[in-house]
Design a protein around this ligand. Structure first.
Ligand SMILES: Cc1cc2nc3c(=O)[nH]c(=O)nc-3n(C[C@H](O)[C@H](O)[C@H](O)COP(=O)(O)O)c2cc1C
Length: 189
């Protein structure tokens, strides 16, 4: 049985990020044949087309990490009803230089947690529009808008609430099915 390499972005730079906790929960609940590697975004300079001819080491490493992934998972907070600037900056780097878009045909999924009731719904809509333009092959269902209750999670991502654990398990299993489907039709180069 083959394994699938999932690179994941946490859209938060916070040392106490609830979205990082959510990413740990998803990794714990995921099928055994998904291998997860975080792709860091906190050390990237701000993107400028001036770098297109010669990318600095951090954005080069970002593009290499995406190239080494079979699929990408975004676990992101909502900032002012959109995605955090740090995550958008990372996506902009990865989408360039023109003609070398790292997301082209890449299986992708989006999830996010917020203390608020709409659970990053608007950030995810923004992110989906960006990923659509980048030609990523997004899982469109199920959607996953997580209202984060700290008492339900340990810092390493153990989920005590059964219904939440079942929902997250279904989400990440469905992502595995989505990855397999996309890669069957569009194998990674
Ligand atoms: C600049 C900023 C903007 C925010 N905007 C939103 C928002 O639009 N919607 C929302 O639900 N929460 C918003 N929040 C609250 C975040 O959901 C909360 O800080 C959450 O913990 C961020 O995720 P993280 O812990 O993974 O960094 C905002 C927080 C910050 C710092």
């Amino acid at each position: 049985m083959r394994t699938y390499k999932v690179g994941y972005f946490v859209g938060s730079l916070s040392s106490a990020s609830i979205n990082r906790t959510l990413s740990r929960a998803l990794i714990r609940l995921a099928p055994q044949d998904l291998e997860f590697t975080e792709i860091p975004i906190g050390n990237l300079p701000l993107y400028s087309p001036d770098f297109d001819g010669d990318y600095p080491p951090e954005p080069k490493a970002l593009k290499d990490a995406i190239a080494a992934s079979d699929a990408i998972l975004f676990v992101t907070p909502e900032y002012n009803r959109s995605i955090p600037g740090a995550l958008k900056n990372a996506i902009d780097w990865a989408s360039r230089p023109y003609g070398n878009n790292s997301f082209d045909h890449l299986p992708a999924a989006v999830i996010g947690a917020s203390p608020g009731k709409i659970g990053t719904a608007l950030a995810q809509q923004s992110l989906r529009a960006v990923l659509s333009y980048c030609n990523a092959r997004q899982m469109t269902a199920p959607e996953a808008y997580v209202t984060f209750s700290p008492e339900m999670y340990t810092a390493d991502g153990d989920v005590s609430d059964e219904a939440t654990a079942a929902f997250l398990t279904d989400f990440i299993r469905d992502f595995r099915v989505h990855i397999e489907r996309v890669l069957t039709v569009i194998p990674r180069p």
